[in-house]
Design a protein around this ligand. Structure first.
Ligand code: SAH
Ligand code: SF4
Ligand code: F3S
Length: 442
């Protein structure tokens, strides 16, 4: 049997990158091998993101580019998968006649049939969302892997319906994956030399699994079970919702040295008025209390966040509240965005996108500038400290330099001759930038 070639391009969040690895596995079962070159492929898959308008614009641009490739190689099949496929559904096939088939996030098992039908000349689509699909029996094909770090999806979907967010519409209902299959996947990765696993879900800490005996496994137990596989295996998780950041989870992290000292906790805004409008289900005070609980139990924990600038009705005072919250928490790192209205969300239906674009931009710039200061300060505080680094490979700048991360997910660069990818090293930090720690191996 001749092997056909598959090319996958992935946009969006880590869940999408993880899904591409599941897709590669499903396609391997249909005799496809991966290629890094779109022009060599029999099938091209674009795994797409709808989170902000600019994420979608990038994909439309890419699809226009692929149009010319399709003209040259008319037998190549192009499929759009992921969140845009789910959002646009069959309409995507009309808008983009070069697209041969589409599949939503819960429909990847049907890709071989969709491709067979499209090869026979028929445009096809499967955008059914599922309440059960977790792909738990599928062993992902690790793509673009450094051989050290891997993602494991442990839950899918989201039903929090934050007012601005498209994810509940593109990813469907929340569901958790069988813990036994998670443990098996993590153990296999460790036995194959992997040393860092990131447990993934849109609300990873809402994980819960009902066992046959009536007991429930929640996230703190699951992460403790994964951490028990081996002390040399580092565990990360993303992304957690503040409402489910329980004391039990904080305790579980504190008790296991190999659960990383790094919590990503999206705050979105520092203003109670805006948080309520966003339907985030917590207040500024609750968020700050959770940060305090983390810092008390895990003093060396890094805290990162997501922030949206210019949500509907955001005033100058609301914006100042966000800046003051950032100063109060002293985030180590942040992802910062300009609000982008998404069709069909609660905000699009009920509120006016009334903060002018130049105001959004200016507020975003202020948020970014402040975060830059906070990140630099956080790194400066590390100068003189010793951190444990998991080696990921050579640094981009020089082959004699090693790049890795410490438990807090900070990038550390240092000189070394002997170390291999996957080794641990103690490094004394001697200097820093706002993005990188630089040091000497002990
Ligand atoms: N489930 C995660 C967030 C996933 S989306 C969580 O709740 O933490 C990643 C980030 O994109 C969000 O945290 C938010 O900051 C941002 N985002 C989501 N929708 C957005 C929109 N419509 N405009 C701008 N940013 C948005
Ligand atoms: Fe979107 Fe909110 Fe769900 Fe995160 S929790 S994916 S922001 S709806
Ligand atoms: Fe984007 Fe979908 Fe992830 S909208 S952020 S790829 S869940």
């Amino acid at each position: 049997m001749q092997h056909k070639k598959l090319y996958i391009e992935t946009y969006g969040c880590q869940m999408n990158f993880s899904d591409s690895e599941i897709v590669a596995s499903i396609m391997a079962g249909d005799h496809y091998t991966m290629t890094e070159q779109a022009k060599d492929a029999n099938v091209i898959l674009i795994n797409t993101c709808s989170i902000r308008d600019n994420a979608e614009q990038r994909v439309w641009k890419r699809l226009r580019e692929l149009k010319s490739l399709k003209k040259k190689h008319s037998d190549v099949q192009i499929g759009v998968i992921g969140c845009m496929a789910e959002r646009f559904k069959e309409a995507m096939l009309e808008m983009q006649p070069e697209v041969d088939f589409i599949a939503g996030p819960d429909a990847y098992r049907s890709l071989p049939e969709l491709i067979a039908a499209s090869t026979a000349g028929q445009q096809t689509a499967n955008v059914m969302l599922s309440e059960e699909e977790t792909y738990d029996d599928i062993q992902p094909v690790r793509l673009h892997s450094n051989g050290v770090s891997a993602f494991i999806s442990i839950m899918r979907g989201c039903e929090n319906f934050c007012a601005y967010c498209v994810v509940p519409f593109t990813r469907g209902k929340e569901r958790s994956r069988n813990p036994q299959t998670i443990l098996r996947e993590a153990t296999d990765l460790f036995n194959n030399g992997y040393r860092e696993i990131t447990l993934l879900g849109q609300n990873v800490n809402s994980y819960h699994w009902n066992q046959d005996d009536g007991t429930v496994i929640r996230f703190p137990q699951l992460i403790s079970m994964v951490a028990a596989i081996d002390p040399l295996l580092r565990i990360r998780f993303t992304t957690s919702h503040p409402k489910d950041l329980s004391d039990d989870l904080i305790q579980a992290i504190a008790q296991h040295r190999n659960i990383c000292r790094s919590i990503h906790l999206a705050v979105q805004s520092g203003s109670n008025r805006i948080l309520q409008k966003m339907n985030r289900k917590y207040t500024r005070e609750y968020y700050l209390e959770r940060i305090h609980a983390i810092r008390t139990a895990i003093p060396d924990c890094a805290i990162s966040t997501d922030i949206i600038a210019g949500f509907c009705d955001e005033t100058e005072q609301d914006h100042q509240d966000t800046l003051s919250l950032m100063r109060e928490v002293r985030f180590d790192y942040a992802f910062m965005f300009k609000y982008s209205e998404r069709p069909d969300t609660i905000a699009a239906k009920k509120f006016d996108d009334n903060v002018p674009d130049e105001v959004k931009s200016r507020r975003l710039e202020e948020i970014i500038a402040l975060q830059q200061e906070l990140s630099l300060q956080s790194n400066k505080n590390d100068v003189g400290k010793v951190v444990e680094v998991l080696v990921e490979g050579n640094s981009r700048k020089s082959a004699a330099q090693i790049m890795g991360r410490d438990s807090r997910n900070k990038v550390v660069v240092f000189d070394s001759q002997e170390l291999k990818t996957g080794d641990y090293a103690d490094v004394r930090i001697t200097r820093c930038t706002s993005a990188t720690l630089i040091g000497d191996e002990l």
